[in-house]
Write a protein that binds this ligand. Structure first.
Ligand code: GLC
Ligand code: CA
Length: 525
């Protein structure tokens, strides 16, 4: 198929909304958001102007890691709804012109998955080879020095006489992708969901899957970069192995067998643009890969401008970059980048809405929702239960504050939500929806402008001016000028008619000036 002639894929210039299902809307008053809550909220998402939603894991799971430990890849978690609810959600979203992406977890299963239960039944079990088993090391300890993501040995001793590998929690045994049957299982899982109308997957731990065949020790880590390694060891042999690319070449062929082509959006946890680009292959692997160096970058012009340029230069020609500032692991950009300062939040939304390619918003970004300080006693994420405040993942998983009523419009009055609501909720949807100067109204205008000016295209991008405090760039038909300082700044490039300003102040700032932390979108001159 010639890419030059094909209609542009829907994700070019699009906005995807990541929705943490358990925290969005609870319709049966059990304190957990559910699929029916999303169906009820589709009109809101369509009003907001997103092109697609990505649902955090929806499959049955014992929830050691809130759905990232799957026990049935073709089902729906009973606490979230039924397969019929999901079918209805896909159909109702489609009626409103929105696509639905699911989360797929191919690096590991739950230890409650029937494959693992069988594999653990003995060394001759039919599914033994689906997982990574190894004999004890010479000292009787773990087979190598790999650590899991909590910093403990990544090997769990099992009574069947061997260790099994878990790069995440012990309840998440790693799959063995050297086993051809695992490939066949996942091809069937992809087809099962694509046949049901799922528009694609966010692929969990997309840089994982294969592990070094010889299980060599990881070397020491010489940087503090979380994408290069953790707990003092570099991810040399347990992640980002060359063989993983073959999996995506196979899956890409499956996606291209559907019309419209299904999307694979990888959680590509790698430290630089070159390694990220490798996951796009020659337009024959993932169509999109998350840009973690961008999300982890300081919110300052030089760094952001350089990252955008490096990313565009590294991707194959016509490759579509992906930008995001928040997710359920990293926390929320209104806290990390903006320290809760509304002017900075508005500016960050403008940047996310005007970069070329695909932008991903996390639920709550649109109202400037910040991280919530969740007391240890109320935490639900096993992996970060004991970490100091600010490092736990629950801080960015708290319920969506819809309004100021008891239950916040998230759940019924008197129901205890699974994680605490922001208290008192200082940003709510209802409180912002009719206020033309609110973050929500700004976000909606930004998405409308993005759709009109950049939708359906891979707008070409050019940095126009980058100083210590100001960033100006052209994307497609518009120019963006952004002031990253608390003082007025001169607009550093020739700009045309102003289409949008992030500032809620109405008095003009003075000719040729940007207000403190103001960003504007203008026509090209
Ligand atoms: C990904 C998910 C994270 C999960 C981990 C293991 O990083 O985003 O939430 O804990 O994979 O599946
Ligand atoms: Ca519920």
């Amino acid at each position: 198929m010639s890419h030059a002639q094909a209609a542009p894929p829907w994700w070019h210039g699009a906005v995807i909304y990541q929705l943490y299902v358990r925290s969005w809307r609870d319709t049966n008053d059990d304190g957990y958001g559910d699929l029916r809550g999303i169906i009820d909220g589709l009109d809101y998402l369509s009003w907001l102007g997103v092109d697609a939603i990505w649902l955090s894991p929806t499959m049955p799971s014992p929830d050691d890691d809130w759905g990232y430990d799957v026990s049935d890849y073709t089902g729906v978690h009973p606490e979230l709804g039924t397969l019929a609810d999901l079918d209805e959600l896909i159909a109702e979203a489609g009626q409103r012109g929105m696509r639905v992406l699911l989360d797929l977890v191919p690096n590991h299963t739950s230890s409650a998955h029937p494959w693992f239960i069988d594999a653990a039944s003995g060394r001759a079990a039919a599914h033994r080879g689906y997982y990574v088993w190894a004999d004890a090391g010479p000292d009787g300890g773990p087979p190598n020095n790999w650590l899991d993501f909590t910093g403990h040995p990544a090997w769990q001793w099992h009574e069947s006489g061997q260790y099994y590998l878990h790069n995440f929690l012990a309840g998440q045994p790693d799959l063995n992708w050297w086993e051809p049957a695992v490939h066949r299982e996942f091809a069937r899982i992809l087809e099962f969901w694509f046949d049901r109308g799922v528009a694609g997957f966010r692929v969990d731990v997309a840089n994982g899957l294969y592990k070094d065949a010889e299980l060599r020790d990881n070397p020491p880590l010489h940087s503090g970069n979380p994408m290069e390694g953790a707990w003092g060891l570099r991810f040399a042999y347990n992640f980002n192995r060359p063989e993983v690319h073959g999996v995506y070449r196979d899956w890409r062929k499956i996606t291209e067998g559907y019309s419209p082509e299904r999307l694979l959006l990888g959680e590509t946890w790698v430290p630089d643009a070159q390694q990220l680009a490798a996951y796009y292959g020659d337009h024959d692997e993932l169509q999109l890969g998350f840009n973690f160096p961008f999300a982890f970058a300081d919110f300052e012009p030089a760094r952001l401008a350089a990252l955008v340029e490096q990313t565009l230069a590294a991707l194959p020609p016509g490759g579509c970059p992906v930008w995001m500032g928040s997710n359920h692991d990293l926390g929320r950009f209104p806290s990390r980048w903006c320290g809760g300062d509304e002017r900075k939040i508005r500016l960050a939304l403008l940047v996310l809405a005007t970069l070329p390619g695909t932008s991903v918003l996390y639920y709550g970004d649109e109202i400037g929702m910040t991280d919530v300080n969740v007391p240890v006693a109320l935490r639900r994420d096993h992996a970060t239960l004991e970490l100091e405040g600010g490092a736990d993942r629950d801080r960015a998983r708290t319920p969506m504050p819809w309004n100021g009523s008891p239950g916040g419009g998230f759940t019924g009055p008197g129901v205890t939500p699974w994680l605490p609501m922001a208290d008192p909720p200082d940003h709510t949807v209802a409180g912002q929806r009719d206020d033309p100067d609110s973050v929500l109204s700004l976000c909606r205008r930004l998405l409308a402008l993005r759709r009109a000016e950049l939708g359906g295209s891979l707008a070409d991008f050019e940095n126009l001016a980058v100083t210590e405090g100001v960033w100006a760039y052209r994307t497609g038909s518009v120019i963006v000028a952004a002031n990253f300082t608390g003082q007025p700044a001169e607009i550093p490039a020739a700009t045309g008619e102003v289409l949008l300003s992030t500032s809620a102040e109405h008095a003009p700032p003075g000719p040729g000036l940007l207000r403190p932390w103001e960003g504007i979108i203008t026509r090209c001159v």
